[in-house]
Ligand binder design. Structure first.
Ligand SMILES: *Cc1c(COP(=O)(O)O)cnc(C)c1O
Length: 405
């Protein structure tokens, strides 16, 4: 091989040394700023799916970078049997944004946040209330993470394949079917866990009536209603928590992805009355809520929960949706509908979308295809109108170039 480029050299190293659990492709990125990424050969890409939804703050947000730099030189890590100011302050801000009385537990990822929620729900009923409620109900098409508990909660059998037996006690029901939910939620149900918008499931929307119905059913039968906001949270939909746009207040919310501006962090935000479900010694995370990550989290939430930021997300969301709707008008045979809220939008194609994603990348735009036929655009909350116009122009070109003949 001659004139092998730097991207290909790194790809060869991945192929030789890194476990092959991802379908990973070049380019190899070395620098990011806002909505832009540069690869090792100096090519620039407009990133409309930063960090697989964890990059909502944009690459290297200056406030986050400043906070990490300062905190790294001050204190990086202390264990959770002692205190530090940053964890308590981030918890206070998360609850202030939620506008309910509650408590926060910190961990390192979305799967871990859901594990904590599942464990809290079961232990609350079984120990604090002395009732043998064990079941966790979730919806088909949901995604809650890859650890065994979160995986069992995930309502897509494709992710379970080869990993059986799954932990027991998980029940999956069809989305937006209140009758099925009413049958599934009974005296043995500890919690109903649902994403306010199904992300990995193809940007599917639970209807407002369905969420209201779940709220009533869980309250009546004595089960927790838990929202998995790992993807929808932290300002993504134009509210800091997506539940705030649904009119339904859950008993607990899980967060992760962009929570700490790109550093690994998960959180369980739970209403005061259920917080006793995890008493001292019942659950833990060594790195959860460390000073470094919390300092980044404080910097991130100061930006993401600010009313001006949320108003901007709603405005940019309208601009992006209008751009995608124009594409639908120009390619009616390719685009079926646009779904989502704020800056979390899915473009439902009439056929496979992988080729379109590859074409976009060649034209300098990064987007994602989920569920085979849904183009997912989740740009940074700092995205500009000019960047949205450019992304739509590239998508337009890619749609034309990949049109079936
Ligand atoms: C990504 C995701 C998870 C898993 O988060 P990890 O940090 O990868 O463990 C859980 N729930 C939802 C809704 C997600 O989008």
């Amino acid at each position: 091989m001659y004139h092998m480029g730097a991207n290909a050299r790194i790809a060869a190293k991945f192929g030789r040394y890194v476990l092959g659990n991802y379908s990973r492709t070049p380019p190899a990125f070395v620098r990011g700023k806002g909505s832009w990424l540069w690869d090792v050969e100096g090519n620039r890409y407009l990133d409309f799916f930063p960090g697989w939804a964890a990059g909502a703050m944009g690459h290297c947000h200056p406030a986050v970078v400043r906070a990490i730099r300062a905190q790294a030189g001050r204190l990086i890590m202390v264990p959770n049997n002692v205190m530090h100011p940053w964890q308590a302050e981030l918890a206070r801000r998360l609850l202030q944004a939620a506008r309910f009385r509650g408590r926060v537990f910190f961990c390192n990822s979305g799967a871990e946040a859901n594990e904590a929620a599942i464990k809290l729900a079961r232990r609350y009923w079984q120990v604090a209330r002395g009732k043998m409620k064990t079941r966790i109900v979730t919806v088909r098409g949901s995604f809650h993470g890859r650890t065994l508990g979160a995986l069992a909660a995930t309502g897509q059998s494709v992710y379970h394949r080869g990993f059986r037996p799954m932990p027991g006690g998980f029940v999956h029901v069809p989305l937006n079917d209140l009758k099925a939910a009413a049958r599934a939620i009974d005296s043995r149900t500890a919690a109903f866990l649902i994403e306010p918008i199904l992300g990995e499931g193809g940007i599917q929307m639970p209807s407002p009536a369905y969420l209201r119905g779940l709220r009533a059913l869980t309250r009546k039968r004595g089960a927790l209603l838990i929202f998995d906001e790992v993807q929808t949270g932290c300002g993504r939909t134009g509210d800091y928590y997506a539940f705030q746009g649904t009119g339904v207040v859950p008993d607990a919310v899980t967060l992760a992805k962009p929570l700490a501006g790109g550093l690994p962090m998960g959180a369980l935000v739970v209403a005061e009355r259920f917080a006793g479900g995890l008493p001292p010694g019942s659950h833990a995370s060594t790195f959860g809520g460390s000073p470094l990550v919390c300092a980044a989290g404080i910097a991130a939430i100061k930006v993401a929960a600010a009313p001006a930021t949320l108003a901007r997300v709603r405005r940019m969301g309208r601009v992006l949706r209008a751009g995608l709707e124009r594409l639908r008008a120009r390619h009616p045979e390719r685009i079926v509908e646009i779904r989502g809220r704020g800056l979390m939008l899915g473009t439902q194609l009439s056929g496979p979308g992988v080729e379109l994603v590859v074409r976009c990348r060649a034209l300098g735009l990064l987007v994602n295809c989920t569920h085979g036929t849904v183009i997912r655009t989740m740009p940074a909350i700092t995205v500009t109108e000019a960047e949205i116009r450019l992304a739509c122009a590239i998508l337009d070109k890619a749609l034309s170039e990949t049109a079936p003949r």
